[in-house]
Design a protein around this ligand. Structure first.
Ligand code: ADP
Length: 311
């Protein structure tokens, strides 16, 4: 069955330390990472598109060219005169990574300013993905525009997928953050939180509490990720289902563990509908991803790690 997955959020320019004072340029962001992995694992009759806003400058052109090269469609990306993409720099000191961000006026903050554009992109899709980071970068009125389109999509029976991906530093106000994350979940049919974030910010004492809270918000399907401890699935009326994490010999870089899990999970779940099998494949993918450097691990490296051929 052919389909289209649309991921909505911010892709940033990434500057990483190379030799000496030289910097290497890349592009990444949670929702784009998820789109990248979904594209790798979905069959050819599915399209994967990214929805964001970029500027009209050279770095915006380069970002779009990069996205297209990964096979992710850019037809739903708005161009905004006078803005540029957000940027972050990864600092490596004694093997530890830290980040600096320049994103307060990024073009992506305007991604939900045109409700008609959002509506037509969402209407043309079967699965729509967004995260707490997507909501964190938007002004309250833009959050409402986006969520009202997503609620409409959910009511129309589309798969609306939300990863709360709670990053407290992106939010000025904690009460507003929790309220907005909960509103995001209410608009979704599938929520994919990481338990450690939920415990810190919502005070959940265990995974059952996270599931109960999202159920209480009217979410039908929930996948709670818990790092090396595995994932717990709560799908409709089915009993809870636990899937252990895959074995990792040496963690090289945990960037994108959750995003790659989401992309691989959605690709498999969209095509065969078996959430347990999709979670197992996603756990193997995330385990392979964290044994390599960077957010976007190449197809060749993943094929070797997973011992599969990616068509
Ligand atoms: P996030 O990166 O979003 O915080 P998690 O830390 O929960 O998400 O990790 C996402 C997924 O990555 C987990 O569900 C698991 O499949 C995999 N994963 C993360 N850390 C490990 C690990 N140390 N060993 C094996 N798998 C891991």
């Amino acid at each position: 069955m052919a389909g289209r997955l649309l991921s909505i959020g911010e892709c940033m320019v990434e500057l990483m330390q190379a030799e000496g004072d030289l910097l290497r340029k890349g592009y990444a962001g949670d929702t784009f990472n998820t789109a990248y992995y979904a594209r790798l694992f979905l069959p050819d009759d599915w399209s994967v598109d990214y929805l964001t806003a970029v500027g009209t400058d050279t770095v915006s052109d380069e970002m779009l060219a990069f996205i297209e090269k990964t096979g992710v469609g850019t037809g739903s990306i708005r161009r905004v005169e006078g803005r540029s993409p957000g940027l972050y720099m990864i600092h490596l000191k004694d093997g530890e990574r830290s980040f600096s961000y320049w994103r307060s006026v990024s073009a992506a903050k305007t991604l939900a300013d045109d409700a008609a554009h959002l509506r037509s992109a969402i209407e043309a899709s079967d699965i729509v993905v967004f995260t707490g980071i997507t909501l964190a970068i938007l002004a309250p009125s833009a959050v409402e525009t986006l969520l009202s389109e997503l609620r409409r999509a959910k009511a129309a029976g589309k798969g609306v997928v939300f990863d709360p991906n709670i990053r407290a530093r992106l939010w000025d106000d904690k009460a507003y953050m929790l309220e907005t994350i909960s509103a995001g979940a209410r608009a979704a049919s599938l929520v994919m939180p990481s338990f450690d974030d939920e415990a810190v910010h919502f005070g959940d004492t265990d995974i059952a509490a996270t599931i109960a809270r999202y159920r209480g918000l009217g979410v039908e399907n929930i996948v709670v990720k818990d790092g090396p401890n595995g994932v717990t699935l709560s799908f409709g009326d089915a009993p809870l289902h636990f899937v252990p994490s895959a074995k990792v010999d040496e963690i090289v870089d945990t960037t994108s563990a959750g995003d790659s899990f989401n992309g691989a999970f959605l690709a498999r779940y969209a095509t065969d509908g078996d959430a347990g099998k999709a979670a197992q494949f996603a756990a193997e993918t995330a385990a392979a991803v964290i044994q390599h450097h960077g957010a976007l691990v190449s197809k060749d490296k993943l094929e070797r790690s997973l011992d599969i051929e990616i068509l």
